[in-house]
Ligand binder design. Sequence first.
Ligand SMILES: [Zn+2]
Length: 275
Amino acid sequence: MTHYRITSLRIGELHLPHGGGIMRDPIHCWLVRGEGVNLLVDSGMAEVATVTRRLKVNGTRGGHQALREELAKEGLKPEDIQYIILTHLHFDHADNLDLFPDACVVVQRAELMAAIDPVPSQRIYYWRSTIDNLLARKRPGQLRLVEGDTDLLPGIRLLYVPSHTEGMQVPVIATAKGLVAIASDLGDHYRYWFPADPRATDRPQRSLTGAYLTGNIRSESERVWQAAMRRVQDSSDIVIPAHDFRIPVQIPEQWFAIPDSTDGDIAHHPFVETP
Ligand SMILES: [Zn+2]
């Protein structure tokens, strides 16, 4: 059995208006290393100045330089990456692809269609820079469009889970301790997965015991989204959300299903931005 090691690469932050305060969301890519294979799950957001200009939200870092720096900390260069699995094509998950001309980008065919013809509420999240890069990948080895659940490599299975977007996929990756689902925006903070558990959220919702919290940015119904989260949890041992500050950095060395406490979950705490 092939086992992989996963490192969470934090390439920046977005500071999003949320309930009168500012929610800080870390932006992650995941470096997955196995026997002779280096791959990325998601390629992150553009430089924050570009994001601010286009979406009027602030943040930090992002772009090629941040991604290069985080890879360098792991002793790697962009050309060492052989595959890039994109969970979906939103701007904070699928930019920077031009840094990896020789990697094979793996995305659901339905997600490419969603990016070209989005549901209206998601038009601002799908950027031309992503679509242009995918269309420019003319060599067969540069782009692989998959349809439905797919065994990509030994120990790496892609689950097709329309929910947040029409072509959402969640990679489930074998490690020495068990199966890790990189859940991305299917549940981007621990509180979405464990909405009634006080370790996951400082605002537990007992009415949601045994169920999930689903997001507002969605292409599918709540029922479909709930079933998608159930399937991901049933198919894995731990779930890694996209934008929680508490996510483990080294997996499987750091291994927990639910964080010990809400400490470090600064999503709900008012944050004053320094200009
Ligand atoms: Zn998204």
